[in-house]
Design a protein around this ligand. Structure first.
Ligand code: RUB
Length: 316
């Protein structure tokens, strides 16, 4: 099966796996592009062979990182477009649905940005965790509305995605203070909103995002600081409607310390979970392109979008 998967798809899968491509929305967009590439490069001579190639490509992409639901949601969106009965027709279907998916993603982020920006007031300071394009879309829209926003940016160990956030905020003209993760509570007194993204939102309103989000949310609630999650509907996890839980990715311990240091320390067990779950009671608003929702109401939107659940992206 692997040999039918185009090299460009395997490259994208590798880049997602090694996090050269990262962040839930960016992963989804790259996966849609990869399926498009598989379709345009395919030399399948029957519709069945073409569909089977696309499903194999989808599975290769799916098996990279388990937590961001935007990935299977993207694959499902593109594969569901395959309705034609000829190879050329199917190729056209995939190209069109991949392009449509990427357009919708971009529009959703812009619309969500407007909703999130309305929650921010002129002079507000936000605190961020990790790097989220959905969250930054809110800040960008607020800045475009003429609001002065400042940011306290958490480093986000072990991979320091906070550095990307700091750089992008700087490019928007937002003054940034960078802090180590453990300093977050100290600075929450100076913050008007905690603003984070999501890799997945469960039917009960729980938010799955970069490890450390839940601790930040608990501290923010203790300080009375509102917690806003920017998550386009692509982040809603359909399987949680039927009781499934979200798989939390465990990453390589080398992201935390190298083998020599590990040996010097007497080879302790090291754990490196990439994400955690913030219960809905610590979240004030989930901002989507369809408006803002209290976390407990997100299930209504999920039922509207997905019905009672979904199948695997490659199901026939
Ligand atoms: C990224 C992360 C981001 C979400 C949302 O984790 O937790 O907050 O993916 O990002 P990683 P976006 O760096 O491990 O991929 O809003 O861009 O979809």
């Amino acid at each position: 099966m692997e040999e039918r998967v185009h090299a460009a798809v395997r490259d994208t899968a590798d880049e997602i796996d090694t996090m050269e491509i990262r962040g839930a929305a960016t992963i989804a967009e790259a996966a849609a592009h990869a399926l498009r590439r598989q379709a345009t490069a395919s030399d399948a001579d029957t519709p069945e062979a073409f569909k089977s190639e696309l499903r194999a490509a989808a599975r290769t992409l799916y098996e990279t990182r388990p937590t961001a639901v935007s990935l299977p949601n993207a694959l499902r969106y593109v594969l569901r477009g395959m309705s034609n009965t000829t190879v050329e027709g199917l190729r056209q279907n995939v190209v069109e649905s991949a392009d449509e998916f990427c357009d919708r993603l971009e529009r959703a982020q812009a619309d969500l940005g407007q909703v999130g920006a309305n929650r921010l007031r002129d002079g507000d300071t936000i605190m961020t965790h990790c790097h989220s394009t959905d969250a930054l879309a809110c800040v960008e829209a607020a800045v475009k509305q003429g609001k002065h926003i400042e940011a306290i940016v958490k480093e986000t160990r072990p991979r320091n995605q906070g550095h990307i956030t700091a750089q992008e905020l700087h490019e928007m003209g937002v003054p940034v203070t960078l802090v180590v993760d453990s300093a977050a509570r100290r600075y929450l007194n100076d913050v008007d909103h905690v603003l984070v993204g999501a890799d997945a939102v469960a039917a009960d309103g729980s938010v799955i995002n970069k490890i450390g989000t839940s601790g930040l949310a608990v501290n923010a609630r203790d300080r009375g600081t509102p917690i806003m999650v920017a998550a386009q509907t692509l982040k809603l996890h359909p399987d949680t409607l039927t009781g499934h839980t979200v798989d939390i990715e465990m990453r390589d311990t080398e992201e935390i310390l190298d083998a020599d240091t590990l040996a010097e320390l007497g080879n302790p067990t090291v754990r490196n979970p990439a994400f955690d779950v913030t219960p809905p009671r610590y979240v004030d608003a989930i901002v989507t392109e369809r408006g803002q929702f209290p976390p407990e109401s997100i299930v209504i939107l999920m039922r509207e979008l997905f019905g009672e659940g979904t199948t695997e992206p490659w199901a026939e």
